[in-house]
Ligand binder design. Structure first.
Ligand SMILES: [Zn+2]
Length: 168
């Protein structure tokens, strides 16, 4: 199964860069998380607090907003930022980021919030998992940050296949 191959080959998540995505890049943030990266995204956030947050946290700022890159903190190199070409699809954006920064595919994180996932024993989620998922899936995971339950079902497999397509 594709997911197992990917996880076996995935790098550990230590020392990987973290990201702040601009208000337009929610889709990219979700894909970055699936590829194993901690990517923050806040719907509707203005440029100024976004840049301030990247400065305070050392996260790499990802944006398709050209004028933002003329800001002093970015031109001076105090905030690391990458300009994403506007016309790319979400998956092409992910491929762009990973190839520009030479990043490996890492262990998947929660696509909803970017938290790390811990495997949980199947029998502990019997009441919580949807019956079909519980019957068909062997592996279940819980997000450390938002407590969301995830499993290796068809949705996850589809995401893994798309990630395998962009593997360098
Ligand atoms: Zn989460």
């Amino acid at each position: 199964m594709g997911i197992i191959t990917t996880q076996a080959m995935a790098e550990p998540n230590n020392n990987l860069p973290k990201f702040n995505c601009d208000a337009m890049m929610g889709g990219l943030a979700r894909w970055l998380r699936a590829a194993g990266y901690d990517a923050e995204f806040e719907y509707g956030i203005d440029d100024r607090p976004l840049v301030a947050r990247a400065l305070a946290t050392g996260r790499i700022l990802l944006s398709c907003d050209g004028p933002m890159f003329e800001r002093n903190v970015i031109t001076s190199g105090r905030v690391h930022a990458l300009l994403i070409p506007r016309q790319l699809t979400k998956l092409q954006q992910l491929r762009f980021v990973m190839s520009e920064l030479d990043l490996p595919l890492a262990r998947p994180r929660c696509m909803a919030c970017g938290g790390e996932l811990d495997e949980v024993p199947k029998h502990t989620v019997a009441d919580e998992a949807p019956p079909l998922a519980f019957r068909n899936c062997r592996k279940f995971f819980r997000c450390r940050r938002c407590a969301k339950l995830l499993w290796h079902g068809t949705h996850w497999q589809k995401i893994t296949r798309r990630l395998d397509e962009i593997r360098p």
